[in-house]
Design a protein around this ligand. Structure first.
Ligand SMILES: [Zn+2]
Ligand SMILES: [Zn+2]
Length: 364
């Protein structure tokens, strides 16, 4: 049943691996369908050479052939998933241009996934343990991700002989196209897995525990290794990236570990000093405004900001004093303010003094 593979390649039974490879390469180059379009005999020689090399280049299968004179397990017309495609590529990588072949026969890592997780600023400050539900493709357990029914294997495509592409003539041009029968894979799945319909993966929803450390910032990503899509044909799964989005806070704007808050104040509060109730994360505190504070001054409460990610300590809470002038005054207010103004025109601050000085110079 089996051919004399040594005879096919024209080497002795004692031939070394290098001699076998060299003989095969020569024969395959001569009989390659690219060089012999339409030549059925060349195509047959090419197939024989491939088969012979697949056996003799594999120490186990060569030993089997030497002992029993048959190709042994994994041989035959449609030998092995890994057999033809990868073999072909190894040998011809440097000889023929064009798209890489037999690609589909390789294990492929699953895609990375991204999940957007929205957090309140308070949650980002405290850190949270939460659960997220991830829809993803997982490797099919029934077929181990190969997409082939148990006990079956992929077969080499008869149309392209595992090359994954066919040559078509357009006038005097010959163009390589993906094989229409196997969609360029070089292999046919004649017994697709019933569980995954040959896809090798199945849809699944997973509930994953996620631990968010205190101090994370908007736009940061957490990587959950191996929690992405399942791989194809035994490839490893991809990773899951959890993109953190921190919702805008009603009162605070964040700058690193510092929090900023605008606090409206009145002129008397700035001038006389005051104690104000201001927000902090998860509560309120009292902010003391010193007498004579200027509008837009920023008062800091040390350590009342966000925790520093993976470091000790907290940033500050910063309060900007925004002077709000009343749009209307009642009568007592009007009188009080008029009395204030007439009580001490000269007793203004350094800004007024400098301005008056410069005006004086300008006017000579
Ligand atoms: Zn094909
Ligand atoms: Zn399956």
């Amino acid at each position: 049943m089996a051919r004399d593979y040594y005879g096919v390649l024209g080497v002795s039974r004692e031939a070394t691996d290098a001699e076998i490879k060299k003989a095969y390469r020569q024969l395959a180059m001569q009989s390659h369908p690219d060089r012999n379009p339409g030549d059925k005999d060349a195509e047959e020689r090419f197939k024989e050479a491939n088969e012979a090399y697949a056996v003799l280049s594999d120490p186990d299968r060569r030993a089997h052939f030497d002992r029993f004179g048959t190709a042994g397990p994994g041989a035959g017309p449609g030998f092995g998933d890994a057999g033809f495609g990868s073999l072909f590529e190894d040998i011809f990588e440097n000889f023929f241009s064009g798209a890489p072949r037999g690609r589909r026969s390789r294990a492929v890592q699953g895609e990375d996934l991204q999940y957007e997780l929205k957090l309140a600023l308070e949650e980002a400050a405290a850190g949270i343990d939460t659960k997220i539900q991830i829809p993803r493709l997982e490797a099919c357990e029934a077929c181990g991700g190969g997409g082939v029914e148990a006990g079956s294997r992929l077969e080499t495509c008869g149309l392209c002989h595992g090359r994954g592409e066919v040559r078509r003539s357009h006038g005097f041009l010959t163009v390589a196209q993906p094989c229409p029968k196997c969609q360029g894979s070089g292999q046919l799945n004649t017994h697709p897995c019933a569980q995954c319909r040959g896809e090798g993966r199945r849809r699944a929803e997973r509930l994953l525990a996620v631990k968010i450390p205190p101090g994370v910032e908007d736009g940061m990503q957490l990587r959950l290794s191996g929690e992405g899509s399942g791989g194809l044909r035994g490839g490893p799964p991809g990773d899951l990236y959890v993109l953190l989005r921190i919702r805008e806070h009603d009162l605070f704007v964040r700058d690193g570990a510092d929090l900023h808050c605008d606090v409206p104040v009145s002129f008397p509060q700035l001038a006389l000093g005051a104690e104000l109730v201001v927000p902090v994360l998860n509560g309120t505190t009292t902010l003391r405004i010193p007498a004579g504070s200027q509008p837009h001054a920023i008062l800091r409460l040390r350590g009342k900001g966000m925790p520093r990610l993976r470091q000790r300590g907290h940033g500050d809470a910063c309060y900007r004093l925004v002077l709000e002038v009343p749009h209307t005054l009642n009568e007592p207010q009007r009188e009080a303010l008029a009395a204030f103004e007439s009580a001490g025109r000269s007793a203004r601050g350094p800004l007024t003094a400098a301005f008056l000085e410069r005006m004086k110079k300008l006017l000579g």
